[in-house]
Write a protein that binds this ligand. Structure first.
Ligand SMILES: Cc1ncc(COP(=O)(O)O)c(C=O)c1O
Length: 457
């Protein structure tokens, strides 16, 4: 193995792995692990190219400020390159993006400006419009603008395309890919139009994006929906986009994307991001529809490490209604962490209050049922804890029983949902019981999640 001069030398030359345990019909399906780039995604490639081209054209030099509106991965690619080359980087990010990505960006030295993700192009708070405005307001700042920057597709035309063709030994029939800025699709289209004009390009698009309908029917919707998969799907056609060689598009729901991504990890051992599930779902549909054997390639565009608190978290998946859970038709349907499946975070009455504090922080809960010999004996919430230690912090060593509440607001599992509101209005959580058996807690957020699941918004 080679020794590299710096981390930028690790960008590209990503491995391809064959899919072995999923039904690919008559086809062979391969997945290119862009997740193995040093910044964790395909966007490292364009981060490097866009900065080096801006340097070459004299627009920037070390010390300059770079500004970009990005859903995260482009930001990480840019942050990687900017840190190595000595640039200040400001990133405008829609607030639906995962916490891991944002922490990662800040840790790499980027300045992050969060903005609304529920507004469309043309709105002053839309992430790209806001980034453009910030760049114009900062003296000498350079707006990277991946959506219209020709270096974006060029990176894929000059590097990703040839790399794939060589890796697949010039034997490949189709590529299934997603579109965000459209750099990948435009660059690969140009390269394969010259090298392998018969190679088919197929789009994987999240439900809510306008692109699948544009490819399949030629119509351009003026309104888009919303989706949770990150990095792909659009509500407009980027300036650099060229879809002329995309023959077909599959529209994939969030539910299918996340479940497919999780299946890829279990069955093939590949930890991909949320869009990996979208691409894989579309690729499998394409493969199964073929009448003759074909060699098909798709991508894991980013690493799943970025989504551990979302698609790889059962509670999050359940809150979104993406996991099949038994529907009881009673209050059990609102309990996010059932006690009987050992999912409720609990504490014992003789444990020190310091343990309660740590457990609340780790699991991000603000109350703990106190359980002794499988029976609920009390509840400890943040205000009980604060009241206990506010005057005397030595009390962190005292047992939980010294601070817990014992006047419990219990509710029977068959009670009506409307009975929850008076409990919440008195600032309690609902303790759900079936006879003597403790089933779990219902908090305000649990009720909100339940109501939102029912309205499907
Ligand atoms: C997470 C992620 N980012 C980026 C891309 C590629 O997008 P672009 O069109 O910007 O090249 C994809 C494509 O699948 C993706 O999944």
């Amino acid at each position: 193995m080679s020794v590299f001069d710096n981390v930028l030398g690790l960008i590209g030359q990503t491995p391809v792995v064959k899919i072995n345990h999923l039904d690919t019909g008559p086809c062979e399906l391969f997945i290119k692990l862009e997740s193995q780039n040093p910044g964790g995604s395909i966007k490292d490639r364009i981060g490097l190219k866009m900065i080096e081209d801006a340097e070459a054209s004299g627009h920037i030099s070390p010390g300059s400020t770079l500004v970009e509106g990005t859903a995260g991965n482009t930001g990480l690619g840019l942050a990687l390159v900017a840190a190595q080359k000595g640039y200040r980087l400001i990133l405008v990010i829609p607030d639906k993006m995962s916490r891991e990505k944002i922490s990662n960006l800040k840790a790499m030295g980027a300045e992050v400006v969060l903005t609304r993700s529920d507004v469309a192009k043309g709105h002053p708070e839309y992430y790209q419009d806001l980034a453009k405005r910030l760049a114009s307001e900062i003296d000498g700042a350079f707006f990277i603008n991946q959506f219209s920057n020709p270096s974006n597709p060029q990176a894929h035309e000059e590097v990703t395309g040839p790399e794939i063709w060589e890796q697949m030994e010039k034997n490949l029939d189709a590529i299934v890919l997603g579109v965000g800025s459209s750099g990948t699709v435009t660059g690969l289209s140009r390269y394969f139009a010259r090298e392998a004009p018969g190679l088919e390009l197929v789009l994987a698009d999240p439900e809510g994006s306008i692109l699948a309908e544009y490819i399949n029917k030629g119509t351009l919707a003026t309104k888009s929906g919303s989706w949770l998969v990150e990095g792909i799907g659009e509500d407009f056609l980027p300036t650099i986009s060229d879809f002329t060689r995309v023959s077909k598009a599959y529209c994939i729901s969030d539910r299918e994307s996340f479940r497919m991504g999780r299946e890829l990890l279990v069955r093939e051992g590949v930890l991909g991001g949320s869009s990996t599930g979208t691409l894989l779902a579309a690729a499998l549909r394409y493969c199964r529809e073929q009448q003759e054997p074909k060699r098909v390639l798709t991508f894991a565009c980013d690493t799943g490490n970025r989504y551990l608190s979302k698609m790889y978290n059962d509670f999050w998946m359940r809150d979104q209604g993406f996991l099949d859970v038994e529907n009881y038709g009673d209050l059990r349907d609102l309990i996010a962490r059932p006690y009987q499946s050992h999912d409720t975070v609990v504490i014992g009455p003789d444990e020190p209050l310091a343990n309660a504090y740590k457990r609340m922080k780790i699991y991000d809960v603000s109350q703990l049922p106190v359980i002794s010999e499988d029976r609920l004996v009390g509840i400890l919430d943040e205000s009980d804890l604060l009241l206990a230690v506010a005057e005397d912090s030595d009390r962190f060593d005292d047992p939980v029983r010294s601070a817990m509440a014992t006047n419990l607001t219990e509710i029977g599992v068959n009670a009506d949902i409307s009975e929850l509101m008076p409990i919440f209005n008195s600032d309690f959580v609902a303790i759900v019981k079936d006879g003597e058996q403790f089933l779990g807690l219902i908090t305000r957020v649990d009720l909100l999640n339940y109501l939102r699941r029912k309205t499907d918004r």
